[in-house]
Design a protein around this ligand. Sequence first.
Ligand SMILES: [Fe+2]
Length: 365
Amino acid sequence: MVFVRNDDLLPGMCLARDIHYFDNASRSSAVLKAGQKLTDVQITQLNGSKIDGAYIDTVRSEVRVISSINQEIRDEAISNIQSLADNFIDGGKGVQQSDIDAIGETAQQLIDGLSSQKDILINIADIKMYDDYTYHHSLSVAIMSIAIGIELGFPTAMLNELGLAGLLHDIGKVAIPIEIINKPGRLTDEEFEVVKLHPVQAAAHLKERNLVNENIYRGIVGHHEKMNGTGYPNHLKGNEIHPYAKIIAVADVYDALTSNRPYRNPSPPNEVIELIMGSVDTHFDERIVNAFLRKVAPFPTGSKVKLSNGEEAYVMKNYPDQPLRPLVAVVGADRTYDLSWDLNCLNIVITELLEENKHQKLINM
Ligand SMILES: [Fe+2]
């Protein structure tokens, strides 16, 4: 049993004790009995009442991963990116203003959704369940980039530019032969030279047609630059790299390495986060990595994880400053570990993400 504050209650959590509360909507007292699994409606009622939280039976709870993005908006985003890409590739008519307008609207919808959920950590797991990598990758990167921009206090106009750059950053890849993009094993030097063209190809096409401004252009072109100047295409260093490009770079690497690709199995989120943290200053901008770590939950609430002591557990709550050390409830035992704050748990780490979106539920944006 664990006490969970109102803000952290999730549908599917099972009450360990009765709750007596005053329901503001019906102006009457109400009771929820121990053993009941909470629903959205009940959680809303509890949020409107004066109680602080509820005792939750961690053994019988079936918490679900909450999506940070609405399915309809995701589908529309993917279809907009796809039509733009179709116009971009050889034989297409070239990207049109109407394509950019549609993508701009998508970016705005993502911003509206993410801004209204300021305190929610972005659950990346739920936007990673598709096969069609490039388009879904573009969407994941845009969502993470906007979340980082919000965390950095960007005004709406900048978030919109950043969202557009995120959605468009890899469009150049659709012009690269699929055998190279999906090649299992190492690319030859020649093949890598072809891959390296993708940021410039897309951005130049859009700029020539006056479809993007200088900021968006630099955001797209610079997303493979590194802080120490070893990136491509222009070997820019430090602040020569546009802030949008620096943000997209972090989101890009996180999403690429945690995704399933023909040539590589996905790496565990904790390993990728450690890799990103270890590449601060050489590869990534520290301020941006810190903002990223405050916004992205590698082990979303509701996911099942394996612990270093051999036990399996459900993630009950994430702490923005400690993305790798959430509050977890041991599967089949009446025991929780607060990996962030409990000194007795210092030697326990999460070693594996076992199930990330089995009980997926969407929330409205
Ligand atoms: Fe790229």
